[in-house]
Design a protein around this ligand. Sequence first.
Ligand code: GLU
Length: 274
Amino acid sequence: MKRLKYFLVLVMSALLVVVSVGCGAKPLSQQDVLQNAKEANTIMWGVKADTKLMGLIDVKDGQTKGFEVDIAKALTKKILGKNGKAKFVTVTSQSRIPLLKNGNIDAIIATMTINAEREKVIDFSNSYFDAGQSLLVKDGSPVKKVSDLNNRTVIGVVGSNSVENVKKYAPKARVLQLQDYAQALVALKSGQGDALTTDNVILAGMAVENPGYKVQGGAFTTEPYGIGINKNQPAFKKALNKAIKEIEDDGTYNKLIKKWFGDVPGFDYKEVLR
Ligand code: GLU
């Protein structure tokens, strides 16, 4: 009996140590994310996994591939040196800010527009890509422009600003919101809506894979993409902006634009060169 008691006391104290060590970690707002990344020689990036051209999981090797993944790798090397590692965590439009704020990722590079509402909760790097919102419709669709969505159903994704924007441009549209772009595309193809709305670059990736569907109505908004980081990380923000400038200046940026968008029908890569 005495032995059991002794054993229990031991287990309890061990647990206490574990708990107090866990609580002892500094809150994220007091940590230097750049310093942590340097120590780990790694930057953890939140990327999309269902967005062809930007971030898409390749089922053959399980790797996430796309323009944003390549940009993240290039920025990592500029910031940490050539042996620096970029690691990738899948995010959706809805999960990206919570994952950043919880410290699961260091930075979001996931088709995220810089806007005032988001700037209340996170910080952004300078813009690294210029997109614009548009529509994906079936060939022959009567929806030719955004105002044609009035009294029709448009499909969007939770956590994107596209669903908010559409309320401005077509206030009488019914909006069906899905969890991610893979589900949104399935909903469009099964006739649950008349159009899918998000940024032209995302829609162009869908059109490539889905003959019979096309990007329609031009870009009716401007969507500058920024890298999302936590607030109070001035050193990390400065390093990211410097690295963006470096990849633009040394030609890496335009090389990657041509690699991913050089050959995409309906998307003029020359408009996004820098
Ligand atoms: N760029 C828009 C946004 O930041 C739409 C793309 C997305 O859902 O990630 O919300």
